[in-house]
Design a protein around this ligand. Structure first.
Ligand code: SG7
Ligand code: ZN
Length: 270
């Protein structure tokens, strides 16, 4: 069949560049956050605090695209602005997650070389400057992704709403409508200190269109909740598992860090 990118040894991150030349660019994500190197340019970032609004009713569908779980929103009433985004208004398009095979790996970004058990991404697009998500995804200031690190600890109530629905989208291409509201703001840490830098989508086509905003504080999810993520299948319902790797479950769906190069890493708050 057609070549499809994934996270396997065969079609994984090191091979993406063959079909997606952007993956070899100098503004790629994720990166390792060297906390010592972060510039705390207080005025520029804190003069406009980061603010967001996410009505729980905006979370519409839960899907398994075969390489993560994803919640698609209708964007209605959602907003992200301030901080590195200045006065531009971004809307929430979707949120999804990356995780490992064990609790010691799974995040895409690392902090001083340390990986977390997972990383939640809230993907937004700039509605001030662009007309559609697709148009924004091609522009250098088109997208903004909020990243939240996941650490294993106590179960997370809001994440549990997702975990309890995942068995209904166990196979690739499965999709259900969300009826019980899921509030993405409840998936964010209490403190809003963050690191920010200019980067890319972490999956093909690896567009260099993302302003990354990574919360310094992690949230806790339970080992059991992560195991539910690890039970998703990479292949469609009714199909035989085509892959001999890991019995076709979605694990280690993270891209390893790439060089920050001469990009600036900024921080705001603690
Ligand atoms: C996940 O990460 C998916 C992708 C997403 C990609 O694989 O959520 O979204 C879709 C529509 O499948 O790609 C264009 C896009 O949002 C990369 O997003 S990320 O950089 O935040 N990890
Ligand atoms: Zn992501």
């Amino acid at each position: 069949g057609f070549w499809e990118w994934d996270y396997s040894s065969r079609n994984g991150p090191s091979t993406w560049v063959e079909k997606f030349p952007m993956a070899a660019g100098s503004r790629q994500s994720p990166v390792n956050i060297e906390t010592d190197r972060a510039e705390s340019d207080h005025e520029a970032l804190s003069s406009k605090p980061l603010r967001w609004k996410y009505p729980a009713t905006a979370s519409r569908k839960l899907l398994n695209p075969g390489y993560c779980w994803r919640v698609d929103t209708d964007g209605e009433g959602t907003l992200l602005s301030g901080g590195p985004l200045m006065d531009d208004i971004y809307k929430l398009e979707q949120y999804h997650c990356h995780w490992g095979c064990s609790d010691s790996r799974g995040s895409e970004h690392t902090v001083d070389g340390q990986a977390f058990a997972g990383e939640l991404h809230l993907v937004h697009w700039n509605t001030t400057k662009y007309k559609t998500f697709a148009e924004a995804a091609k522009a250098p200031d088109g997208l903004a992704v909020l990243g939240v690190f996941l650490k294993v600890g106590k179960p997370h109530d809001e994440m549990d709403k997702i975990a309890r629905l995942l068995p209904y989208v166990s196979h690739k291409e499965d999709c259900i409508e969300i009826n019980e509201p899921i509030d993405p703001s409840k998936l964010l840490p209490d403190d809003n200190g963050y690191w920010t830098y200019l980067g890319s989508l972490t999956t093909p086509p690896c567009n260099e269109s993302v302003t990354w905003i990574l919360f310094k504080r992690y949230i806790e999810v339970s080992h059991h909740q992560l195991n539910i993520f690890r039970n998703l299948r990479k292949f469609p319902r009714g199909e035989e598992c085509p892959c001999h790797e890991n019995h076709g479950v979605v694990i280690n769906n993270f891209r390893p860090p790439l060089p920050l190069g001469n990009r600036v890493l900024r921080e705001c708050g603690s």
